[in-house]
Design a protein around this ligand. Structure first.
Ligand code: NAD
Length: 483
């Protein structure tokens, strides 16, 4: 029986096939025991009429091997084509995006010679759940979803990653001074899980000042874990300020399948000319080797690559007169890495990867939560209405009388700012208002629906509603500004 580890490989579009061939050649020469299944994805599949860019049969391979090494693809111009990355990420539950951002001073130009930061970005939730609405002619909304299991998986992954890679600190970026429920939950889960890793330092930063600090002094950080939107933005910032966007690899980790790639695209103008730099994909494949628990091979490949960079053997995109010694093409670069297998860099820091302990999961699962024991009580309902006259007092007059069954109109706000009672004339109002009806104690849905029926019967357009509950006695909603 073969002891080779099965993986799925897609050669992609543009420069994809060239950089994939170079990467696979290096992996083979390094003795990576891989059993490769090839699938077709990208432009040709899109243009055959498959809007997802991947054939149904390719999923079988991905679910069988659970490991996907993917070259960049070209997304055809025009509407109707879905992002393959988003599709694979969501379909396969790839909850963690991991992007090491390292500077290679003095061989690659950077303002931050000692940068070595790993961004761990939550990949499935937050504003990227894609739940958006137009509420009224003037107002749109996007729902930000942060769950306890989702936060727990990503935070635990960050700490496990730190422990495996001998990292000293995990930092959480979020904004719970403003988003008290959603980012508040992320921060709370971070604090809970951090306690289970006493060997690793932890700290939390509000994302705005944290991002400023990261852009200015990235050496102050080690592993940074964050919700989806902040992670999307800041992982690009981190890669860019390391000075090496073209060199970064990235991993999308899930329990069912993990995907490894370069962060750059398919660079169609460079295709077929033996020009492209295979480093991003190669470093993506190093993350893959660590994930499938082949740390020695990962180390061999990574150190040989560092030595190649240090020896000044550079492709056109990182070639600098006076620093580089040789300008090479894709194939020659791969040959240079192969020739250095077994060597380590002298000036750059060599890498060291540890074997994951027997039985330790590559992608931690969420613990079973105790949500069943939470006492939930309905205490009212928020009703978002279209009110084009924009006069909050008139709205209060119109809907206030519909309160009944123990519910009464407590307040009205506009985009989160209280405008009734005792609103201020200076507050700018759009055509969308939120009316909050609450009970003295617990109520039931029938009472809430009774209010809704009366509002609708009066000809007031309801844009959306939100139940107001307490969870174990604590309110599951925030107050309006000024309430
Ligand atoms: P790109 O990353 O392909 O290219 C940006 C610039 O960087 C170009 O000048 C290119 O020549 C250069 N470059 C990129 N990778 C290089 C490499 N390995 N070696 C040398 N030079 C390199 O971004 P783009 O031009 O905006 O996008 C091109 C296509 O790639 C689009 O169809 C886009 O949708 C797709 N794309 C795919 C992925 C992916 O599959 N993960 C990611 C980003 C973009």
């Amino acid at each position: 029986m073969s002891s080779k580890i099965p993986i799925t490989v897609a050669h992609g579009d543009g420069i994809g096939p060239e950089i994939m061939n170079a990467t696979l050649q290096i992996l083979e020469a390094a003795g990576a025991a891989l059993d490769i299944e090839t699938i077709e994805i990208g432009e040709k599949v899109y243009l055959r009429g498959n809007s997802a860019g991947i054939e149904p049969s390719a999923w079988d391979s991905l679910l069988r091997t659970k490991v996907f090494l993917k070259a960049p693809i070209t997304t055809p111009q025009g509407g109707g084509f879905k992002s393959l990355n988003v599709t694979t990420r969501k379909t396969l539950g790839q909850y963690a995006n991991v992007r090491p951002c390292v500077s290679y001073d003095p061989f690659i130009d950077t303002k931050h010679p000692n940068m070595d930061v790993v961004i761990v970005r939550e990949n499935e939730e937050d504003l990227y759940a894609g739940i958006e609405y137009q509420l009224t002619p003037e107002v749109t909304s996007c729902i930000k979803l942060i769950s306890r299991p989702g936060s727990e998986k990503i935070v635990r992954y960050a700490f496990e990653y730190a422990r495996l890679h001998n990292r000293k600190k995990v930092t959480c970026f979020m904004k719970d001074n403003i988003m008290k429920m959603t980012d508040g939950l992320f921060h709370k889960v971070f604090d809970e899980i951090a306690k289970q890793y006493p060997d690793i330092q932890n700290e939390a930063w509000i994302v705005d000042i944290g991002a400023a600090k990261m852009a200015d002094t990235p050496e102050a950080f080690d592993v940074i874990v964050m919700p989806n939107l902040y992670g999307d933005i800041l992982s690009d910032v981190a890669a860019q300020i390391a000075g090496s966007v073209g060199l970064a690899g990235s991993a999308n980790i899930g329990e069912k399948c993990a995907m490894f790639e370069a962060i750059h695209g398919s660079a169609p103008r460079r295709a077929g000319q033996n020009l492209a730099n295979p480093s991003g994909l190669l470093l993506g494949s190093v993350l893959m080797l660590v994930h499938i628990n082949l740390p020695e091979t990962a180390e061999r490949v990574h150190n040989a690559w560092l030595r190649t960079i240090e020896d000044g053997v550079h492709t056109y995109d990182i070639f600098t007169e006076g620093v580089s010694t040789q300008k090479v093409g894709t194939k020659e670069f791969a040959a240079a890495v192969v020739a250095r297998l077994g060597q380590k860099p002298n000036i750059l820091k060599p890498v060291k990867y540890a074997k994951r302990p027997e039985g330790a999961a590559a992608a931690p699962a969420a613990h079973q939560m105790t949500a069943d024991h939470t006492k939930m009580e309905l205490i009212g309902i928020d009703v978002f209405v279209y009110w084009p006259s924009r006069n909050p007092n008139a709205l209060a007059e119109a809907v206030g009388k519909f309160a009944g069954n123990g519910l009464s109109l407590q307040m009205i706000d506009n985009r989160g700012v209280k405008v009734w009672p005792a609103g201020r004339a200076e507050t700018f109002c759009t055509d969308s208002f939120r009316c909050r009806f609450v009970a003295e104690g617990a109520t039931d849905m029938a009472a809430c629906l009774g209010v809704l029926q009366q509002v609708a019967a009066a000809g007031i357009e309801i844009a959306s509603t939100q139940a107001l509950r307490t969870f174990d006695g604590a309110p599951g909603f925030t107050l309006a500004q000024g309430q």
